[in-house]
Design a protein around this ligand. Structure first.
Ligand code: SF4
Length: 380
């Protein structure tokens, strides 16, 4: 009898923790997070960035709260946000209390960094009263260098356990842990160790991963490895630049592992000597247009293939696609050719077909003017 091999291991069992309306851990879908890089005191800019993050598929957004002005602005932003907001606090217990007053749905805070036990107790009591969880965020900078000269996996877990014990002694179990390292094997080993110690949800990430190209590869390698092992209940990709890119990368990782499905996914063949169109130009243009559309609630694969001999067949799993063929652009749906146009019209024709598909399948809650105008149609 053959045994079915599993490409992704079953999810490590964690206890669910509630962050506003979003559940992290348990059987809940893996939650996508990002962090605004705006000045939190600039309410307009921060709200605008949160809206862009949400459009890209972000489930929870974190904001830095470096001073009291930011804590007060947090309350105004919170009123306008449709996703839960996390207050990122370092050291200052008064800021943690103010952020709770301002409606924070979660605190990112290392309780051991608030030295006086009485102050920690005040924060924990206030968080508990509001049902607000705390994420303990450990990284190489958090470890006790007198005991661990290097940021080893054991050092990261030891640091996390120090903070965890403070919360547990106060009977506070609503915590989530992250153990971020730049070094992927260190982060992977740290999360594996942590999973043996506690059943708290794990926030996974690779810290300081750098500029988008290298950082995306490093983060996808680390988070992909962890998720394949069944570890990770929420994730953040850390990249320099627009945080919307972090959300897009999260989704590509989740979709690559079949863990969550949402939005358009572009499939493109690598091209070869049989290619009959400007494949790169067509793929880039389709990608650009898809990025400007509202992302559907389910995953829709859109293919750009180089030749009619193999293209439609190779991209059978795509809902819709284009392929080159002897001076023509061919539109196919589920592997079947449905339309032939001139090559220079094929991207427009694809978007028109996509519009049709969106109406047929109502894959947006509402067919928005955006998708219609970009696809060249009119809302009827
Ligand atoms: S679809 Fe055609 S052009 Fe693209 S890689 Fe396959 S054979 Fe080559």
């Amino acid at each position: 009898m053959s045994t079915k091999l599993q490409g992704v291991l079953p999810r490590h069992k964690t206890r669910p923790v509630q962050v506003g309306k979003v559940t992290i851990g348990g059987d809940a879908p893996i939650v996508v997070q990002s962090m605004c890089d705006t000045d939190t005191r600039d309410v307009e800019a921060t709200c605008e960035q949160i809206a862009r993050l949400v459009d890209a598929g972000c489930d929870i957004v974190r904001l830095a709260v470096p001073d009291m002005e930011a804590a007060e602005a947090f309350a105004k932003i919170k009123k306008r946000s449709i996703v839960p907001l996390v207050a990122d606090i370092h050291f200052n217990y008064k800021l943690a209390l103010a952020a709770l007053e301002s409606g924070a749905d979660k605190l990112r805070l290392n309780p051991g960094n608030i030295r006086e036990p009485e102050r920690v107790k005040q924060v924990v009591t206030a968080a508990k009263a509001r049902g607000v969880p705390i994420r303990i965020g450990v990284n190489a900078g958090s470890i006790d260098r007198s005991r661990f000269p290097e940021p080893t996996p054991e050092a990261l877990v030891d640091s996390a356990l120090g903070h965890i014990r403070i919360l547990e002694e106060l009977d506070f179990m609503d915590y989530i842990v992250s153990l971020k390292a730049f070094d992927v094997p260190t982060a992977v080993a740290a999360y594996r160790l942590m999973a043996q110690e506690r059943d708290c949800p794990l926030h996974i990430g690779i810290t300081e991963s750098g500029l988008p190209w290298a950082g995306t590869i490093r983060s996808a390698t680390g988070l992909g490895t962890l998720l394949s092992m069944g570890l990770g209940d929420t994730m953040r990709i850390s990249l320099v630049g627009d945080p919307v890119e972090e959300v897009k990368v999260c989704w590509e990782v989740l979709k690559s592992l079949n863990l969550r499905h949402k939005g358009f996914t572009l499939i493109a063949c690598p091209s070869c000597g049989r290619c009959e169109i400007d494949l790169q130009g067509a793929a880039e243009e389709v990608h650009r247009r898809l990025q400007t559309l509202p992302q559907p609630d389910h995953e829709y694969k859109v293919a750009v293939m180089g030749c009619v001999v193999n293209g439609p067949g190779e991209a059978q799993e795509a809902e819709i696609g284009i392929t080159g063929g002897d001076g023509l652009g061919l539109i196919f749906r589920k592997g079947k050719i449905v339309r032939k146009v001139k090559e220079e019209q094929m991207v427009d024709a694809l978007m028109e077909e996509l519009r049709q598909l969106s109406v047929e399948n109502s894959f947006h809650e509402e067919v928005t003017p955006d998708i219609l105008s970009l696809a060249g149609g009119k809302k009827s």
